[in-house]
Design a protein around this ligand. Structure first.
Ligand SMILES: Nc1ncnc2c1ncn2[C@@H]1O[C@H](COP(=O)(O)OP(=O)(O)OP(=O)(O)O)[C@@H](O)[C@H]1O
Ligand SMILES: [Mg+2]
Length: 274
């Protein structure tokens, strides 16, 4: 049934069977003498889109790398899909800020990469790669190399590569930070469309309050080092969403103010201006 965009609070949707929950229990992380994460404690239900907002250098990437099993933790535990993380969980795929594309491979081969290492047969691999390339509107650019397409297109290719393995958990570290504002809005709407169709769990790191509100079910605000989650803010805005519509809603302004206050209290005003 169609609902007007942004008209009513989003209903709690069915937890997706193909999505993994994430739990951080009293997570602590040190780099030598530097205590980066202290007592980070939260649960993300399967199929939920959570943004993590916080000042530069507070530990967002470290937290994401820990959830993705790319870095160890010093205390506490992290569970993905109910299993303790002690290496990259097979449920997870990561989209990095700098696209993470292999420059010597075509767009097609970059998107195919995760599937070939997972041993997909030729026919299924081809079908999936074409499907995800089409989903991010890159059909026609399969044989281009990353340097031959724009930053926004590289970002879409990075997204297609992560989506192609159909991960139960998508970890995204400021994926849209290096594209211009208009491209970012287009990518936001595309991500919303893809995500709303096929709800997987997403942990989305960002510096941008606006981006966090537009995309998320919840926003976790982190404090400065040692970083911890100071507040978990629900974003009760109906889906399907589109950026321009969300920006026009009164809740958008209220949530924006609230996030600003929290970040300012943490002395992070510069972080929120992007
Ligand atoms: N491998 C490492 N060795 C030592 N210190 C590190 C390492 N990785 C990160 N740090 C330090 O940990 C802190 C948190 O870094 P992190 O990259 O997680 O921050 P961030 O919140 O992602 O920052 P930004 O918003 O700028 O991306 C910083 O002080 C950083 O210098
Ligand atoms: Mg970072």
């Amino acid at each position: 049934m169609a609902r007007a965009e942004g008209a009513v609070a989003a209903p709690a949707s069915e937890p997706a069977a193909h999505a993994a929950s994430v739990e951080c229990r009293n997570v602590e992380k040190w780099f030598g003498e530097l205590n980066v994460l202290a007592d980070v404690d939260f649960s993300i239900p399967a199929g939920s889109f959570v943004s993590v907002l916080g000042p530069s250098g507070c530990g967002k990437t470290t937290l994401m790398r820990a959830i993705g099993g790319l870095t160890g933790i010093d205390a506490g535990e992290i569970l993905v899909g109910g299993r303790r993380v002690d290496g990259p969980p097979r449920e997870a795929a990561i989209v990095f800020q700098q696209f993470g594309l292999m420059p010597w491979k075509t767009i097609y081969d970059n998107v195919a990469f995760g599937l070939s290492v997972r041993g997909f047969g030729k026919a299924e691999l081809e079908e999936r790669v074409r499907h995800y390339i089409d989903l991010v509107h890159l059909t026609g650019f399969e044989q281009s190399f990353p340097y031959q397409v724009s930053g926004g297109m590289q970002q879409r290719a990075g997204l297609a590569r992560a989506l192609a393995v159909e991960p139960q958990l998508l970890l995204m570290d400021e994926p849209f930070a290096s594209v211009d504002a208009m491209t970012r809005e287009v990518l936001h709407d595309e991500l919303l469309g893809i995500w709303e169709r096929d709800r997987r769990t997403v942990v989305f790191i960002t510096h941008s309050i606006d981006e966090a509100i537009v995309l998320s079910d919840q926003i976790f605000v982190m404090s400065r080092s040692p970083a911890t989650v100071v507040e978990q803010i629900p974003v009760d805005i109906a889906r399907p969403r589109r950026e321009r519509t969300v920006r026009g809603l009164p809740q958008f302004g209220e949530l924006r103010e609230h996030c600003w206050d929290l970040l300012e209290r943490g002395g992070a005003e510069e972080a929120a201006r992007s």
